[in-house]
Design a protein around this ligand. Structure first.
Ligand code: AP5
Ligand code: MG
Length: 209
């Protein structure tokens, strides 16, 4: 099963993807996580991407499509993938359609996790991530990871000014994908402003689990 998780920054894509990995064992591909790793390791991709990410702008489509073509050919994708943060533009969505068609795999659903912008600003300015295992939580959860006791940190793009720009970029560049997937009869809207477990029950129901 191949799934696109659509949603504004902070809507809960990573949170719901982690639950799907745990319950269904699908491969989780987050372009944001791949890019942050590339920035950390100062690879050629990371050096090119850093300025865009720090400003809350999108990394250019050609870089993203190249990295996704390579990633989708890895063996762990054969049983299905959860795409988190990709596609983010119509160009990327068209590229994904052709990648999947070359691999002879269907896209089963595009789940839109819907959350109001002001709720998102509050969530993202208080989000913390684990350096060791990537676990996502909030500043109120303390300074060490509740899963692995690793060090928690705040993402460079989780300050209010950058969050607001990321929301504008979502409206301008990514929101058109809602119509794109509605047109393919793949879109399911999920109210993301509820307890994460309640949201997940809807995610599973939407996927027929
Ligand atoms: P990326 O890493 O994808 O960031 P994003 O889309 O901005 O989304 P986030 O990861 O911030 O939010 P999320 O929806 O995963 O929410 P989460 O579950 O963490 O991209 C970062 C940057 O990389 C981009 O700005 C761009 O520069 C670049 N990039 C990446 N992909 C790209 C692409 N395809 N093309 C071009 N550029 C690309 O939850 C957020 C917080 O809310 C957490 O604290 C969590 O605990 C909390 N929370 C989650 N669910 C709930 C709930 N139901 N109730 C209450 N709190 C909740
Ligand atoms: Mg995320």
């Amino acid at each position: 099963m191949n799934i696109v998780l659509l949603g504004a920054p902070g809507a809960g894509k990573g949170t719901q993807a982690a639950k799907l990995v745990e319950s269904r064992g699908l491969a989780h591909i987050s372009t944001g996580d791949i890019l942050r790793e590339a920035v950390k390791n100062q690879t050629e991709l990371g050096v090119k991407a850093k300025g865009y990410m720090d400003a809350g702008e999108l990394v250019p489509d050609d870089l993203i499509v190249d990295l996704m073509k390579e990633r989708m050919e890895q063996p762990d994708t054969s049983e299905g993938v959860i795409l988190d943060g990709f596609p983010r533009t119509t160009t990327q969505a068209v590229a994904l359609d052709s990648m999947l068609s070359e691999l002879e795999r269907p896209l089963n659903a595009a789940l839109l996790i819907d959350v109001d912008a002001e709720v998102i600003v509050a969530r993202l300015t208080s989000r913390r991530m684990c350096r060791a295992c990537g676990h996502i939580c909030s500043v109120s959860d303390g300074q060490t990871c509740p899963k692995c006791a690793g060090e928690m940190y705040q993402r460079d793009d989780d300050n209010e000014e950058t969050v607001r720009n990321r929301l504008d970029v979502f409206d301008k560049s990514t929101a058109p994908l809602i119509d794109y997937y509605q047109g393919q009869d793949l879109l399911v809207r999920i109210d993301g402003d509820r307890d994460p477990g309640v949201v997940f029950a809807d995610v599973e129901a939407a996927l027929g689990f």
